[in-house]
Design a protein around this ligand. Sequence first.
Ligand code: FPP
Length: 251
Amino acid sequence: MLPADLDGLKVPRHIAIIMDGNGRWAQQRGLPRLQGHYEGRKATRRVVQACVDVKIEALSVYAFSVENWSRPLEEVEGLLELMATALEEELTDLCRNEVRLVVSGRLGEVPEELQQVIQRARRRTAENQGLVLNLLINYGGRAEISDAARAFARRVQAGEIAPEALTEQTLREYLYRPELADPDLVIRPGGEQRISNFLLWEIAYSELVYQDVLWPDYGEEHLLEAIREYSRRQRRYGGVVDTDSEADQAC
Ligand code: FPP
């Protein structure tokens, strides 16, 4: 059920989150960085639950970027292990909440064990009808666009399509998750204000909300605050605002 104060507000269909601040959260407490990621996992759980409660259609979360391999080996291994454990432990709850797991990224490059856990979780949740949880693992926005371009180029080379067939609409079909609508709202907690190679194609017209809270401290109230902020924005998509229809949409 929607919290009473969201009732009647324009709620985003697809929210995308750059989960940031785990390392600083740990450093501030004199703890190893991995401890921040363990706490970050709990925040992810809270936010998935809040999205289920608010009936968001899709949630994309940036769990591991193509750039994250450059972190110390212990942190990289710990993070990848944490994701495998979390997915296994959360699977029952994901199913109970009707959450369907999908994944974006170069999965062939992550450890075999994690690939298998992901495969199992995808299969087990495939028929679920609720929130679509899009986990970005070994993901980069530029990598995604170049993977799409390469896949398209291969079909051109094979003589299956003409180079002229390449348009924004056709290239989009080669992205990792073409079936998902573009995010309406991008949230970046952690106090930094940048995009960090996140869903570069898909967020062309998304609303951005930056929040000054470290990810392990993030909870339902922060998500609701971001949704309220979104509901006050007027989306223009490069055009002008039709104030009547905007008002209609808000009703
Ligand atoms: C960024 O914080 C966070 C990450 C690179 C990892 C995010 C992963 C999780 C929260 C685990 C989620 C688990 C599942 C199953 C989705 P940072 O380390 O860059 O923080 P800093 O900017 O303070 O250093």
